[in-house]
Design a protein around this ligand. Structure first.
Ligand code: GAP
Length: 485
């Protein structure tokens, strides 16, 4: 077959079309976010005083607030606002047979190559020149030769790809023999499958219904990186929706816009999101169909969340291997069957990272650079900062303390007097605090304070008595809108 090659102008037009459809990242350089995250207490390298440990990150005082808010927002949309989904918190360690049955022991692996000279290891599909690799290419032992791939560091020869299982193994009990091998879970999903019957019976659930979980997962990634995008220890927010087989395709399609809307509801720009369907040979071992919600990160379009039609793979396999009957009796149709699963699989690390990037703003205000994080108020680490204009006046400081103590009954509020008011505003802008309340000398006379809005920088004067109500009303208004899921 003769291949028709594009002419130079056609190729240029194609490249221009690709560029035109690329909205570009919200922030050009990842370093901007990494440095803000470290400087302002969002994320630190793990065990930094010992030189760090690859692909593990610690959330600092503001990062833990942001991530908890992301998890709370997900839980609210997936569990609290719905009557068909319930929560679960299964163990990280599970019976080792779970991972044999699920297919992870056999198939949860990535193709790895090793450089003969410097012994560095790389994920085959992340080497330069492998952008269009298919799944069958990844299994081709001659692929390195065929594509002429070399070590990207020293140009040395690379080995043929070897499949490397991503699960961390450990031992249960004091004796390190093979009989006691257990795995750190690589996904939360299996905890929901093995508890399907417990949940359905104890909560008297009828199909369709879902089980939601948030928790740690672990993967021994070959080439982790891009900050918290790919870590070895991370968290997942996964929901398994159990359905009648005939309804699986329709329900799968319904979850796509719901999950998209959750990200836009919390501030991610539509133009930096897209859906990408997996090609048949790219599908995970359990999936019948998979669509990723992708985000335009500074390092390209990457998966933010996956939505999968897993068929009866999971419950069917667990039923066969455990001998437990996991069928559902449908009283309407008077028949029993193994439910199918539609899964939404995301993670708070990647989501928080995305919200941070997409909220980043730089602008010039009166000749100075202003950096702000336009985070949705529900996600912002602090909802309000209370600031004294003159910290030398004890009455002003006392009024600030009274306000902050009162606000803390309902929201995360902070008091700061360690700089001039201009600097204090900039600091709160940079960590995304939506409102600053300033107490000045006049406040002592008129019992009123100034509230400044992070995004518009507009200020308004309200009475001291109104402050608590003002903040909680604004928060409630920001939270309103159509239910996300
Ligand atoms: N149960 C299906 C499953 O685990 P996945 O696409 O492998 O699917 C789901 O993972 C989500 O978990 C991803 O979209 C991502 O948000 C998060 N995730 C997966 N691996 C991760 C890693 N190494 N670091 C951070 N987040 C990760």
């Amino acid at each position: 077959m003769t291949e028709t090659l594009p002419t130079a102008p056609e190729a240029a037009a194609d490249a221009a079309a690709v560029a035109a459809s690329d909205p570009g990242p919200a922030v050009e350089s990842l370093d901007t976010i990494v440095s803000l995250a470290k400087r302002r207490g969002f994320v630190f390298p793990s065990s930094e005083i010992y030189g760090g440990i690859n692909a593990v990150w610690d959330y600092g005082p503001l990062g833990v607030e942001l991530k908890n808010n992301v998890k709370r927002a997900w839980w609210r949309a997936m569990v609290q606002e719905r009557d068909d989904i319930v929560g679960l918190d299964a163990g990280i360690l599970m019976h080792p047979q779970v991972w044999v049955t699920s297919g992870h022991v056999e198939s949860f692996s990535d193709p790895m190559v090793e450089c003969a000279t410097d012994k560095r290891r790389f994920r085959l599909d992340e080497l330069p020149g492998t952008e269009d690799l298919t799944e069958s290419d990844k299994r081709d032992p001659g692929i390195v030769e065929r594509l002429g791939l070399k070590c990207p560091i020293d140009g040395g020869p690379l080995s043929a790809p070897r499949h490397f299982n991503l699960m961390f193994r450990t031992h249960m009990g004091p004796v390190e023999d093979d009989g006691a091998v257990v795995y750190l879970r690589p996904e939360t999903a299996q905890g929901s499958y093995v508890n399907f019957k417990n949940v359905a019976q104890s909560m008297r659930r009828k199909l369709p219904f879902g089980i939601a979980q948030v928790g740690k997962s672990f993967r021994n990634e070959i080439s982790p990186g891009s900050f918290v995008f790919r870590m070895r220890e991370f968290e997942q927010m996964e929901m398994q929706y159990f359905v009648r087989p005939a309804e699986a395709s329709r329900i799968f399609e319904e979850w796509l816009p719901r999950r998209w809307r959750w990200y836009t509801r919390y501030g991610v720009a539509e133009r930096r999101l897209r859906f990408r369907e997996h090609a048949p040979d790219e599908l995970a071992h359990y999936a019948k169909k998979a669509v990723d919600v992708e985000y335009r990160f500074p390092f390209g379009w990457k998966e933010l969340e996956g939505i999968h039609n897993r068929g009866d793979w999971d419950l069917g396999r667990h039923q066969a291997a455990s001998g437990e009957n996991l069928e559902y009796f449908d009283p309407q149709a008077n028949e029993s069957f193994v439910p199918w699963v539609v899964e939404t699989a995301g993670g708070p690390d990647r989501a928080a990272f995305t919200f941070l990037i997409d909220a980043y703003r730089e602008e010039e205000v009166r000749g100075e650079k202003r950096v702000s994080l336009a985070l949705h108020p529900e996600l912002a680490p602090y909802k309000v900062a209370v600031l004294p204009l003159l910290k030398k006046r004890p009455e002003i400081v006392q009024l600030c303390q009274r306000l902050v103590t009162d606000l803390r009954r309902d929201v995360m509020a902070v008091y700061d007097d360690t700089a001039s008011i201009g600097k204090l505003y900039r600091r709160q802008d940079e960590i995304g605090t939506p409102w600053c309340v300033t107490v000045d000398v006049e406040s002592l006379e008129d019992a009123a304070v100034t509230v400044r809005d992070r995004d518009t920088m507009m200020q308004e004067r309200i009475s001291v008595e109104q402050v608590h109500r003002f903040i909680t009303d604004r928060l409630a208004a920001a939270r309103q809108g159509e239910p996300a899921a």
